[in-house]
Write a protein that binds this ligand. Structure first.
Ligand code: BG6
Length: 472
């Protein structure tokens, strides 16, 4: 459908931008904050350092003023669990709690709607030491943390996200997950952790509805459509398998309170089945989201095996987000020669964005919001503190066009929050992989002055927001 007449972005559409606590705040051990799994992780890439990041903790007022100038209607950020509870549970750290009070007040002052992620990869280290998500006690700790956040900030926060990219934490447990190196039976452990996280999420959704009837809450997985490597039925089946394992396992549990049948049979065949009880399944059925938030960077392409003429090495490099956790007996990631790639070897697929939004909406019929989408690139600071990131403008513009097409297709979409509001440290590729509208003047080893400079994309996004998506 070409839609000669496009449906406009709805009035009150939440144009926004996103960050996460551990990637932007810095101050990793200040004002009573406890360490998280990220602070203790030994990343394989030695350039990755999360101690100072973008120093947002100390500069949030300046940053929020810039977000206001950008015209953001909403700002998605996460609460560092171990800032509120240095031990993961127990006594509240008042100084940590006060930081988010100040941040939320500052956003409200500028009429920016806070969109709060409860948990974005940074499990408190104290909980990890006791078994992390393998220990059911972490479910209770999360519920308590979520209830505390609702109590503290619920009068000024209308939109909540439970867990960021739970599917990536399970599929890529070694990079951003909570799987200590050397864990025996890692896959089985991860799927048990997944079950516990699902319960934690359901309990948070139940508590949110009880405590804050006016608020809305939803999950925030990374969802991408999956193409078959060819029309060969075996390839189509492989794509279908991967879609269930990568996407629907997580959303079916969140929205329907049941395990996806294909994902369940995959886990059964592999010996990964979690231990579950009827009482737990009842909780999963009770905790329902009000909307679905999803992160999308690119599509994935898989087949039943590598095509004879494929570049095997290139296919094996496709192991980032889109093809996390390749299981060659069920699906094999392949190249997609119809798509271009970015500087970090990630595909660029705006049409896949429209397909993904339609697939989610068709399946769940819940309002959607995009909580991440963006282009990581080596931005260059040139004379006059300018950054000409035309490639990012092109990426975002093409994706926004596809979003409008999705809206014209009938998808109920109420917001778009690209990654990221400001430069921050990538999950595993350092500050050199930049996503922001605002440049942070530092590099991998030299913190310089951490000054903020507006990129070319800043003025562009400002126009997009002012025109409600008409002026791309
Ligand atoms: C998502 C995460 O997976 O993608 C973010 O929610 C992350 O935390 C983003 O930064 C981009 O990934 P990366 O690896 O380029 O930082």
């Amino acid at each position: 459908m070409k839609h000669q007449q496009l449906t406009p972005f709805p009035e009150g559409f939440l144009w926004g931008a996103s960050t996460s606590a551990y990637q932007v705040e810095g101050a990793w051990n200040e004002d009573g904050k406890g360490p998280s799994v990220i602070d203790k992780a030994s990343f394989s890439d030695s350039i990755t350092d999360f101690t100072v990041t973008s120093d947002h903790y100390h500069r949030f007022q300046q940053d929020v003023a810039l977000f206001a100038e950008l015209g953001l209607k909403t700002y998605r950020f996460s609460i560092a669990w171990s800032r509120l509870f240095p031990q993961g549970s127990g006594e509240l750290n008042a100084e940590g709690a006060a930081f988010y009070q100040r941040l939320i007040d500052e956003l409200r002052k500028h009429e920016i709607e806070p969109l709060v992620t409860l948990y974005h990869f940074d499990l408190p280290w104290a909980l990890q030491e006791k078994g992390g998500w393998s220990d059911p006690a972490t479910i209770d700790a999360f519920e308590h943390f979520a209830k505390t956040a609702f109590e503290l900030y619920g009068d000024r926060v209308n939109y909540w996200l439970t867990i960021n990219e739970q599917n990536m934490m399970i599929l890529k447990g070694d990079v951003i997950g909570t799987l200590p190196p050397g864990t025996p039976d890692p896959q089985k452990t991860l799927y048990q952790q997944n079950h516990h996280m699902m319960l934690a999420q359901a309990k948070a959704m139940i508590a949110c509805h009880q405590m804050l009837p006016q608020a809305k809450i939803g999950p925030a997985p990374n969802i991408s459509c999956v193409y078959p490597a060819s029309p060969r039925p075996e390839d189509v089946l492989a794509a279908n398998n991967f879609t269930s394992i990568r996407n629907w396992l997580y959303l079916d549990l969140a929205c329907y309170g049941r395990y996806n049948a294909v994902a369940w049979s995959f886990m059964a065949e592999k010996g990964y089945l979690p231990t579950i009880t009827d009482a737990e399944m009842a909780i999963l059925r009770e905790g329902k989201p009000d909307f679905i938030a999803f992160n999308y960077y690119a599509s994935a392409t898989v087949g039943a095996g590598l095509p004879a003429d494929s570049d095997e090495e290139a296919s094996r490099q496709l192991v980032d987000q889109q093809l996390a956790g390749i299981d060659e007996s069920v699906y094999v990631g392949t190249e997609n020669r119809y798509l271009k790639k970015n500087q970090f070897n990630w595909y660029i697929d705006p049409v896949g964005f429209r397909i993904t939004a339609r697939e989610i909406y068709d399946r769940y019929h819940l309002p959607l919001i995009v909580t991440e989408n963006g282009l990581g690139a080596f931005d260059e600071l040139v004379a006059g503190n300018k950054i000409y990131d035309d490639y990012r403008i092109a990426y975002l513009s093409e994706h926004i066009q596809q979003l409008q097409l999705a809206i014209s297709d009938g998808v109920d979409l109420f917001g778009y929050c690209p990654w990221s509001a400001i430069d921050l440290v990538s999950t595993h590729q350092g500050i050199r992989k930049r996503y922001g509208f605002i440049y942070v003047n530092r590099d991998e080893h030299d913190l310089k002055d951490l000054a903020r400079f507006k990129k070319k994309s800043f003025a562009w996004y400002q126009r997009v927001i002012r025109s409600n998506g008409q002026n791309l």
